[in-house]
Design a protein around this ligand. Structure first.
Ligand code: GDP
Length: 198
């Protein structure tokens, strides 16, 4: 899929105020600092559509971007950032939970994980939440340029093992990406393009 247009539409914490267009929607989520903003900007060929920063935990809103006038890319807040106060985290959890449970346009969620790390407790908890509610998700391994190809493969295997130990029967499709090297971009966009036609 070629990206022709990518526009910011609205940011909020209230699902009732999310766009009402009946077009397919794809959510991007992961731990703070996983490289989500960089990945989104890489996917849509822009430097600043999603904000990137060295300061984790900054984006705390549901951000809707309309792509090619055909689908929404949704940038959700990063989770698992210790320096966000407990009360604020609870509010996030509530509106993120509501988003996942009520957003009918949501076709698929892309769960971002850092290629260098094993799945963390918060990642496994979040996957469990998605699984329990039958919300489809795919894995996106980020920052692959920081590892040698052999090491990435080894880490994917460890990830798979941990998911199986956590009770998953199989692991979802996984994309290996690097925002720096633009790796995985075509595969991800092609996949979204396929889902859009279903
Ligand atoms: P977010 O908090 O998940 O949105 O993460 P950001 O996109 O802001 O990235 C967090 C940090 O990781 C920044 O310093 C980025 O420059 C860096 N980063 C993000 N993606 C990549 C990548 O693919 N490769 C490398 N080497 N660094 C990355």
């Amino acid at each position: 899929m070629k990206i022709k247009t990518a526009e910011f539409v609205i940011s909020n914490t209230d699902i009732k105020r999310c766009p009402t267009d009946q077009i397919p929607e794809y959510a991007f989520i992961g731990r703070s600092n996983v490289g989500k903003s960089s990945l989104i900007n890489m996917l849509v060929n822009q430097n600043k559509l999603a904000k990137t920063s060295g300061r984790p935990g900054k984006t705390q809103l549901i951000n809707h971007f309309k792509i090619n006038d055909e689908w929404f890319l949704v940038d959700l807040p990063g989770y698992g950032y210790a320096q966000v106060s407990k009360s604020k985290r609870k509010v996030f959890q509530e509106f993120i939970t509501e988003y996942f449970l009520k957003r009918e346009q949501l076709v698929c969620t892309f769960l971002l994980v850092d290629s260098r790390h094993e799945p963390q407790k918060v990642d496994l908890e979040f996957m469990r939440f998605l699984g329990e509610h039958e919300i489809p998700f795919m894995l996106v391994f980020t920052k692959s340029d920081k590892l040698k190809p052999g090491a990435i493969h080894k880490n994917l295997k460890i990830f798979e093992k941990k998911m199986l130990e956590a009770g998953w029967g199989a692991i979802p499709r996984a994309f290996v990406t690097s925002a720096t090297g633009k790796d995985g971009k075509d595969e991800l966009l092609e996949y979204i393009g396929e889902l859009n036609t279903m």
